[in-house]
Write a protein that binds this ligand. Sequence first.
Ligand code: AMP
Length: 509
Amino acid sequence: MSERKQFRAIKGTRDILPPDSGLWNWFEKTARDTFESYNFREIRLPIFEETSLFARSVGGETDIVSKEMYTFEDRAFGLEKPKRIGDVGDFITKVREAANSGQIPNDPSNRAEIETVEQLWRRFVSNDFELGSEEAGGLSPADQIHLMSRSAGDVRLGADISLRPEATASTMRAYIEHGMHALPGNVKLYYMGPMFRRERPQKGRYRQFYQIGAEVLGQSDAPAIDAEVIEMLMVFFQRVGLTRTTLYINSIGDKNCRPAYVELLRTELQKVKEQLGADSQRRIDTNPLRVLDSKIPNEQEIIAKLPRIADHLCDACKENYAGLKRELALRGIAYEENWRLVRGLDYYTRTTFEVIAEGLGSQNAVCGGGRYDGLVELLGGQPTKGIGFAIGSDRSILSIQESGNVPALPGLDVFVAWMGMDTYPTAVKIARTLREAGFDVELPGEEMKFKKLLNLADRLGARYALIIGSDEVASGTFTLKRLADADQKKLNESDLLETLTNERRGTRA
Ligand code: AMP
């Protein structure tokens, strides 16, 4: 017999099982309720998009895009790589058509690949694969056939797509695609769902993780918008009991003042280059702001002496940042300023913020956000101002669990303990009635002994056992037993519903 393989979830992914999934649902529902109370509405987005959308918006130089995306080639319908040499001609006709109709990438590199296959194919059919011919670049017939099949294999048969590493880019794509700029007022959207990054898994860091995010898009960059977004975020954290947090804010300037600051930073970093590690040295060229993110201990003293963006903001950015702080004070939101908070992505301007939670070790950021005026335009839309954030659900929930602040979530209300087949129809009926009244009910599908029934009810964590024996059926009553203290009452159906409803009001108030 062949050995049976034990499948396991892929490293960096995990299953969220009950009762944790109940906590997740509650967390997400609280987000929905909170965000909708601020007049945000949900947008549901695809999980994969064209790779170039992320490259353009998140930035090709960022770790997320350059190293961490799950990217693959899609395949247009009815196309496959040729299996035999004889199939190559047919393959060329099909890919030419597909490229012309836009089903497969029609960029210069794909066109060149198709061209190579076609040239080799033409020579092959005209029996022109001569040994060492000049046209063949000195390749033997076998090498030419090999090259032809390799080139055919390299033709991309579909779009280059990636699992989303974040959802702001998709939200912007949708905003542009559906002409949402024409909607009245600011467009306020939220989303939730899985994101994918090929990071090294550790506590609080996964390859499939979950974010809840919100974005405001429109024509205004009033600091009140930034402050309201931050207020909504902190109200949400408060509601889910994530209270041991610190909110950090910063302004990283805009296209008028940031380039000069970045150049100044680069110049200053060049002076201390030798004292920095390899990552920071590389970033001096690629993205000097990212050096400020460094957590390497012996770089800290050097970074502390670097010029700070706050001293180099233009007047408009300075006023915007002061306005944000006034607005936060007005709303009673505590914050700390952190001039090193630059965030990793290319699209941020002005306001950046982050929330750190206690008890999470090194992966302690539970939310990151900022303003991204210009991103919509960068993706081909109208000039639009925007701000948003993304909460990491995995870490937030971990932090709530570690703080012991987990709410008592409703569990199984009633276990229907029916005894004897003559009671079964009554049991089925009352189970339906209770479920319709909103209770969570377990109805065993097989007859069991009384002791076993009560034991199971207990082990399932039911609050009540509803005992139905022949006596109860004859008298039209039910025996309701509270499992915590064995208190027992005989009730008719309407009293039963009333008792359970009153009890629920008491426990879920
Ligand atoms: P970012 O999109 O990188 O700004 O991340 C926003 C939030 O998502 C972070 O503050 C984290 O809480 C969470 N997050 C980012 N990457 C991961 C990951 N690999 N695993 C778990 N949570 C993550």
